[in-house]
Design a protein around this ligand. Structure first.
Ligand code: DNO
Ligand code: MN
Length: 366
């Protein structure tokens, strides 16, 4: 398990590379050019700037999260080909600086969706929260109108400046079924995977978060069956998965341990975090510790250990602690503690039963 840490870039993150460097066992950053719009080709000089910043701290840039997919690709519009072209060029450039894994997602319109960013937990910390009733059964067109009339209803991702655009996006998705979305994903992967394979890069899809359709928009990467289908779209080692325990764990029917065993050789990147799912389907993000949520993090780390996982892993979202002002979900403290919990589990499993990875290291030393 190779530990990495998400970093949003100079001036765009409250956590510094100096901080990251001090977390035990972190060897690289998970990064992206957050100021480049989805669909554009990434400029080489900006890529090199991040590489140099990381290198100055002895951190690698092997994992990119995310090169975002333009909506026209997800919608299957004729204009998609030029955005796919740009995507292919970006893959080639990232390969030139040594990138190994590109995380992406195929969620229409929204990335992760939550109803509250700072929900108070019993311990006084705050965390991202999803209240099902606030989202389900709501017609997106009504919602846009309601938000337009009452700005206090604004939710993350629903900032007023996005709203005009949102209405037309919802309009565009009106007749896009989940089968259409699968077709568009297959078209995208058929176009980009050969380049990724030639460049030694693995594309790693992030599951939908939460893993079910919202606002009438289709969502397709939701569990074990859909991950199996994803892998079958293009049969290549470069067509892989970012297995996110928190996203998938929001649906208690998802057996993440079974997924790790089934897809072991196709998971180049693991997101490991916990959530607490309530009986009514609401969920809140918690500390990484197994007992604090409803996802069996200890069992998940054991599954990675038992399958000889040699990929990259990062703690995912964390709570906001000790008054830290940070990007929602991306503070320093809880993610750093999360890493120590993951290492604690990993090291204990390694001591009890060394995996292939450890045996390899021993052999190469001998
Ligand atoms: C949620 C997070 C996501 C993730 C993107 C990947 O679990 O990891 O925000 O970064 O969906 O594209
Ligand atoms: Mn994740």
């Amino acid at each position: 398990m190779r530990m990495v840490f998400r970093w949003f870039g100079e001036g765009n993150d409250t956590v510094s590379l100096d901080h990251i460097k001090q977390i035990p066992g972190v060897e690289g950053i998970v990064w992206a050019l957050h100021d480049v719009p989805a669909g554009d080709e990434w400029p080489m000089e900006k890529i090199i700037a991040v590489r140099d910043q990381a290198a100055a701290h002895n951190l690698h840039i092997d994992v990119v999260e995310s090169v975002n997919v333009h909506e026209d690709i997800k919608l299957g519009l004729p204009t998609r080909d030029k955005y796919i072209d740009n995507y292919v060029k970006t893959i080639e450039k990232l390969a030139q600086v040594g990138v190994k894994v590109i995380c992406y997602n195929f969620m229409p319109v929204f990335d992760w969706a939550r109803t509250e960013l700072y929900k108070r937990l019993e311990d006084g910390s705050t965390a991202l929260f999803f209240e099902k009733s606030k989202i389900h059964g709501i017609d997106p067109f009504d919602l846009v109108q309601t938000i337009n009339q009452n700005s206090s209803l604004t939710m993350p991702g629903w900032e007023p400046e996005r709203l005009a655009h949102l209405t037309s996006l919802f309009e565009a998705y009106r007749n896009v079924t989940s089968e259409d979305l699968w077709d568009h994903l297959a078209y995208f992967l058929e176009a980009v995977i050969p380049t990724a394979e030639r460049c030694g890069i693995t594309m790693a899809i992030h599951p939908d978060d939460p893993p079910w359709p919202i606002f009438g928009l289709p969502r397709i990467i939701t569990g074990q069956d859909s991950l199996r289908r994803l892998l079958s779209l293009v049969d290549s080692p470069s067509n892989g998965i970012t297995l996110c325990s928190g996203s998938l764990g929001a649906n208690p029917d998802n057996d993440i341990i079974a997924m790790i065993h089934e897809f072991a050789d196709r998971i180049p990147f693991a997101h490991i975090r916990n959530v607490r799912v309530y009986e009514n389907g609401d969920f809140i993000e918690t500390s990484h510790r197994t007992q604090d949520g409803t996802v069996d993090i200890a069992g998940i780390v054991k599954a990675y250990h038992d399958t000889g996982f040699t990929g990259y892993a990062r703690p995912d979202h964390g709570r906001h602690l000790w008054g830290e002002q940070c990007r929602p979900g991306y503070g320093l403290y809880d993610r750093a503690m999360g890493i120590m919990y993951l290492w604690g589990l990993w090291d204990a499993y390694q001591k009890l039963q060394p995996t292939a990875e450890k045996r390899d290291t021993h052999e190469s030393i001998a």
